[in-house]
Structures are given as structure tokens and as C-alpha cells.
Ligand binder design. Structure first.
Ligand code: EPZ
Length: 428
């Protein structure tokens, strides 16, 4: 299995171009199930999770054509055309769903268009229990009969779905996306209250509107969807990845570097940038993105609590902790979204970090230096926090289980190396 080797100590300087957002691309691809006309998505990142969902959609009958990486016809990044002319299977098998939980996003589209869907229940996950009860309750409210048997969810609505008023007990990105997809083809009006407002949810809503859906309240906590009888094709550009942006902003801050994040949208990362400024790092909007430059002296410890958007994202918690580990003073980091998202703590500690976990909070006491070590992590964001720590650690850090990083960071090694990091991928 591949590993990454980093020799720490180099300041990052230069430019990093930000890819399209993985977590926007996945629900957008699932939305292709709604129409028998082609959906063209531009600015798609080249990532393992995208390939996994493409394989699943292929099994369901979606014809997929890829146009490569070169800018073409106004598109940038990878361009994928998904054409669900005819759904040939309504079953999402365990073998594919177990590779990626986001496969659950095909449920809403299948049942809305075909009146039936059988989707494997996603299993447990390294960062928490992650049930899908809100997805299922919402579909029931839209009139689907749900049966869970033999590890599969079976949803039936032979006469189609009917609009309903759904109030989420707490914010869920995936449930908001799945039910918004389903409601576009339901009869009458659906209201999704306490809906997620993440930029990825907004991107999906905008694409659905381009396909002919009627959605009001986009970007707010209440989405009102008037069902239509069919959707047409569309062409849509995926938003820039705010988590990739935040990760590289933190990498620059850790190394005292000067990096411009090209293509980043500063409005999507306000919670992080506010915390970075509080910690003494300079963050400025540029014409083409965002620039991160060092402030005076060592980064200061600041407290952070993860929250649904526009709060501080859970997907940047591990990376923020890596920065706080080398800051001055103490930082309290509280995780409120997932119950088990401190898997990076023990690995950071092996590199010399001083962190104590009490329930959902981690107390980080900043140290002056970290020491390179052999480390590994069990999820994408935890793994990348070890890469950040490796960039400043003395000596060599070897990170194994690189496949986690391949799921969510496009050309990670190349992008960091181009800014001066001493980093390479070791294949064996
Ligand atoms: C999305 O996951 C992201 N994944 C996650 O990205 C991200 O961490 C998360 O949103 C929160 O921002 C994708 O977009 C593909 P949720 P999702 O439903 O939709 C609980 C990454 O590293 N819950 O908003 O699965 C759930 O257990 C990742 O890129 C229920 O209890 O997250 C969690 O505690 C990992 N029942 C909370 O809600 C449900 O039916 C929020 O989860 C659904 C969720």
C-alpha cells in the first residue's frame, strides 16, 4: 500500500489551485437519476469517491461520458456527462455502497423517478455511528413505504411521492440533499424546515433549478419545493472545495508560508478565516481567490466549536487542531457533529502534541516543535491533519493508509510539493 513521506521544515510559498468540491459533486451526480436527459457537470475533482459513485450510477443504468481535464466549452476541471435515459436497475448493491456512505444519495432520485428503490444500508464509519433515519423518515413523510430487511432499505411509492412539511430535528446535509432531490418530482409542495445551508446543498439546489425544479429559499434553513412532473437536462459547474481551501490555508498558516489559493471562494470559509485571524494569521481576498500570509510571531491558541454551516466545519476540525498543536497557549476544540472524530489525537500525540480529550472537547496545549514519526489515520480529514503536522515536524514523517487521502484530495502531494514542501508518495 502506498505511503507518503514528508521531511518537515519548509515554508510553503506560491499558488495552489482549488479543485471542485467532492461533497458537492456527489449529490449532483446522484441528481442525474431524476431526468432522462443528460446532465453535464464541469469542474469535477478527480477522486476515488467520484469514481465509486460513477460505478454505482453505471449499475443503475446511467450512461457516463468523461471529457478529460482540459478546459472545454467554458468548463474547467473534469467534465462528466451523466445520461439516465432509462433506469435499468433500482438496486444499489452492498459491494458498492459499503465503499462510500454517500451512495445513500441515490435513494431519493430512484424512488422519485421509478417509484421503487432498494439501497444497501451504509455500515458503521470511523467517525461515528452515522444513521440514516432522517432520510428514511422524510421519505415516509413523502408517502414512500419503507422496509429495512437483510441489510437493505426498500422504498416503494408506486403512485409517486406526495409533498409534505418535514421538520428536521437537527441539521443533516445528506438528508436535506436526498429529500430535496426526491421532492422535486413529488406531487404538490414540500417544505424542508431546519434544512442544511452548506454551500454544497446550495450548489445542488441551483443545479436542480437549472434542470427545471422549482425551489424557493435556497441558502436558507427553509426550502420550499413545488413538485414538477419531469426535469430536463442541464449543464452545471461544481463549486470550489471549501474544505480543500481550508486545509491548504491551514497548511500555509502552520508553515508560516505565503500562499494564494486560486479559485477559492472566501465567502464559503468565513468561520475558518475568522478563527485564523484571531490566531494571528493574515487572510485576504484576492482577485482570483484567497491569500494566506503570516502575522507577527507564533500563532495563538483559539477555541473552536464545530457547527453546521455557517459555523466552523467539522471537516476542518482535525486540520485546525494540527495548527493549534504548534500554537502558543491553550486551545479548546469541541466537536458537536460526530461522536468519534478525534481519531487524529493519538497520532498527533505520537508526534509530540499535548492534547487531552474530555468527551466532545479536546484541550490542546501548544508545543514549540513536533517530531516526525510513522503515523496512520482512519479517515480522510484525520489523515490530512497528519500531513499538515508532518510539514512542520522535525525529521521524517511517514503516513500510511494513503487511500483515505485519495478519496478527497486531488493531487495533494503535487500541490504541496509545487509550493516547496518536501513530500513524496512512496509506492509499494
Ligand atoms: C456530509 O455527511 C459530508 N459528506 C461529510 O463530509 C460532513 O462531515 C458532514 O456532511 C457534516 O458537514 C458528504 O457531503 C458526502 P450529516 P452527511 O447528515 O451528510 C447525524 C468528509 O470528510 N445523522 O450532516 O452524512 C450524523 O450521524 C465528510 O468529506 C443522523 O443521526 O452528514 C451526524 O452526527 C465526512 N441521522 C449528523 O447527523 C441521519 O439520518 C450530521 O450528519 C443523518 C445524519
Amino acid at each position: 500500500m502506498d505511503r507518503i513521506r514528508i521531511r518537515g521544515g519548509n515554508r510553503l510559498t506560491g499558488e495552489i489551485s482549488i479543485s471542485g468540491a467532492k461533497n458537492a459533486a456527489l449529490p449532483l451526480m446522484a441528481a442525474s437519476l431524476l431526468s432522462d436527459a443528460p446532465l453535464t457537470l464541469g469542474n469535477l475533482p478527480h477522486l476515488a469517491d467520484i469514481s465509486t459513485l460513477a460505478s454505482l450510477l453505471g449499475v443503475l443504468g446511467v450512461e457516463i461520458a468523461m471529457e478529460g481535464d482540459a478546459p472545454k466549452g467554458g468548463h474547467v476541471g473534469r467534465v462528466l456527462t451523466l445520461h439516465a435515459r432509462k433506469i435499468t436497475s433500482t438496486t444499489a448493491p452492498y459491494d458498492l455502497v459499503r465503499q462510500m456512505r454517500a451512495s445513500i444519495l441515490v435513494l431519493g432520485g430512484l424512488v422519485a423517478r421509478e417509484g421503487v428503490a432498494k439501497v444497501s444500508l451504509p455500515g458503521g464509519c470511523a467517525i461515528g455511528n452515522r444513521p440514516v433515519d432522517l432520510h428514511l423518515k422524510g421519505l415516509e413523510q413523502l408517502g414512500a413505504a419503507i422496509d429495512v430487511q437483510g441489510g437493505y432499505i426498500e422504498a416503494r411509492a408506486p403512485k409517486g411521492l406526495t409533498g409534505a412539511h418535514i421538520v428536521f430535528p437537527f441539521v443533516s446535509v445528506g438528508a436535506t440533499e436526498n429529500l430535496m432531490i426526491a421532492a422535486t418530482l413529488a406531487r404538490g409542495e414540500t417544505v424542508l424546515a431546519n434544512a442544511a445551508r452548506e454551500p454544497e446543498v446550495v450548489d445542488l439546489a441551483n443545479c436542480l433549478v437549472a434542470m427545471g425544479a422549482k425551489i424557493a429559499g435556497i441558502g436558507s434553513g427553509t426550502l420550499t419545493i413545488q413538485g414538477v412532473t419531469s426535469l430536463h437536462g442541464a449543464s452545471h459547474e461544481v463549486v470550489p472545495d471549501r474544505i480543500e481551501t481550508g486545509t491548504y490555508a491551514l497548511a500555509a498558516a502552520m508553515t508560516g508560508g505565503d500562499v494564494e489559493l486560486k479559485g477559492a471562494d472566501p465567502a464559503q470559509n468565513e468561520a475558518l478565516f475568522e478563527k485564523l485571524r484571531e490566531a494571528g494569521v493574515r487572510v485576504t481576498a484576492t482577485e482570483g481567490g484567497v491569500r494566506v500570509t503570516p502575522g507577527r510571531g507564533r500563532v495563538r491558541g483559539v477555541d473552536v466549536m464545530t457547527e453546521p454551516y455557517p459555523g466552523f466545519p467539522t471537516d476542518l476540525q482535525a486540520q485546525m487542531m494540527a495548527l493549534m498543536v504548534i500554537g502558543s497557549g491553550v486551545a479548546m476544540i469541541t466537536e458537536t457533529i460526530f461522536e468519534n472524530r478525534f481519531m487524529h489525537v493519538s497520532e498527533l500525540s505520537r508526534m509530540g502534541a499535548e492534547i487531552t480529550v474530555h468527551g466532545a472537547s479536546a484541550m490542546v496545549r501548544g508545543v514549540k516543535a513536533l517530531a516526525g514519526a510513522e503515523v496512520m489515520a482512519t479517515d480522510l480529514r484525520a489523515s490530512v491533519s497528519l500531513v499538515l503536522a508532518g510539514l512542520v515536524a522535525e525529521g521524517e514523517t511517514i503516513i500510511s493508509r494513503v487511500y483515505h487521502l485519495d478519496r478527497g484530495y486531488e493531487r495533494l502531494v503535487e500541490k504541496l510539493a509545487a509550493c516547496g514542501a518536501d513530500i513524496e508518495r512512496l509506492s509499494n
